[in-house]
Design a protein around this ligand. Structure first.
Ligand SMILES: Cc1cc2nc3c(=O)[nH]c(=O)nc-3n(C[C@H](O)[C@H](O)[C@H](O)COP(=O)(O)O)c2cc1C
Length: 324
């Protein structure tokens, strides 16, 4: 019998999710974050259309490591049949839960009526969510935004609707679709959805958590059951360790250069075994700025790193740096 989301979250003092991020949170990065203290991991979003057509890339995105548990597979779509088929396929990969993406703001997704577009048609959002819930045995959760734009922020109603549709938890990114990633996340509305006495399912708060103190403040101020960290973890998986440390009342020091290098190489090797060395090295280029942030005179090293083509070259370049 699978665990409910309530049970999963209850097994952590202060559950912290790594936010799903397409193109970033592949297995190699997720594992690094897990090692650093992220509790709950979610796959990158997977198109239900592509998954139900068994597109290889989408099938691969469902793969995860046992160490990643509790792990959710996230699907997005606009059509009931393909969402149901995709959810059933995701279930056969045996994650701990299925997550529906009702928050993606990207035009390509929204124009088809998927992601955050659904926030303009709440009855459809309820119907499609219920269809997925009824199609699988695993718990289903949803991830969404406050609403479509500044004149439409129905998140309190949305949360109730998702609960009524059978979703076991709701992750809320405190922005509207119109905001994309601009402005500031509005946590007060996340707090309002949580404070609704009719809402019994856990609320996972998301948006702009970029240090440990903020994670705890958001929990304490808005009463959320868990927080979800996205962009601030890119190139900074130590953030999870810092959050966990602060929960125990400890301030955790920044990683040493050696640890940063070890982590980068670990991620590179894991990514290479998944998708080939060339692609792993290319994709890592966007993360060096984060991994080596704040180091004295690191820029020339980074400039060389982003031209490297193999892991061995990266290793050589990294060993040439001296902090002093
Ligand atoms: C590069 C990138 C890719 C993303 N991909 C996804 C995705 O696949 N699924 C999803 O639900 N949200 C996705 N998001 C949104 C994040 O999960 C998160 O909601 C958002 O970044 C806000 O959290 P943050 O302020 O902690 O980054 C993505 C965000 C970024 C920056």
């Amino acid at each position: 019998m699978e665990n409910s989301i309530q049970q999963i979250l209850a097994s952590f003092d202060f559950p912290v999710y790594l936010a799903p991020m397409e193109g970033v949170t592949d297995r190699s990065f997720r594992l690094v974050c897990k090692e650093m203290g992220a509790d709950v991991l979610v796959s990158e979003f997977i198109s239900s259309d592509a998954l139900s057509r068994e597109v290889d890339k989408s099938l691969k995105k469902m793969c995860f490591d046992e160490r990643e548990r509790p792990f959710g597979i996230q699907i997005f779509g606009h059509d009931e049949q393909s969402l149901v088929t995709a959810a059933r396929m995701a279930e056969t990969a045996s994650p701990d839960f299925i997550d529906i993406n009702w928050g993606c703001p990207v035009k390509k997704v929204v124009n088809k009526g998927a992601g955050s577009a659904i926030l303009q048609d709440l009855p459809k959002m309820s119907r499609l969510t219920a269809a997925v819930v009824n199609a699988v045995h695993l718990p289903v959760t949803v991830k969404t935004r406050l609403g479509w734009d500044s004149s439409n922020k129905p998140i309190v109603e949305v949360a109730e609707r998702m609960q009524d549709a059978g979703a076991q938890a709701i992750a809320i990114h405190g922005r509207t679709r119109a905001q994309m990633y601009g402005g500031e996340a509005d946590w007060s509305l996340i707090g309002k959805a949580k404070a609704n006495p009719r809402l019994k399912i856990p609320v996972i708060g998301n948006g702009d958590i970029d240090d440990a103190a903020k994670a705890l403040q958001c929990r304490d101020r808005y009463g959320v059951d868990a927080v979800m960290v996205g962009r601030a973890a890119i190139g900074n998986p130590w953030l999870f360790r810092q959050i966990k440390g602060l929960v125990r009342g400890q301030e955790i020091a920044l990683p040493t250069y050696e640890e940063r290098v070890r982590t980068v190489l670990q991620q590179l090797r894991a990514a290479a075994s998944e998708k080939g060395e060339r692609r792993a090295v290319l994709e890592m280029r966007t993360q060096y700025a984060g991994y080596f942030k704040g180091l004295y005179n690191f820029k020339p090293v980074r400039m060389r790193l982003v031209q490297a083509g193999t892991i061995a070259e990266c290793e050589d370049i990294l060993s040439s740096y001296s902090e002093f």
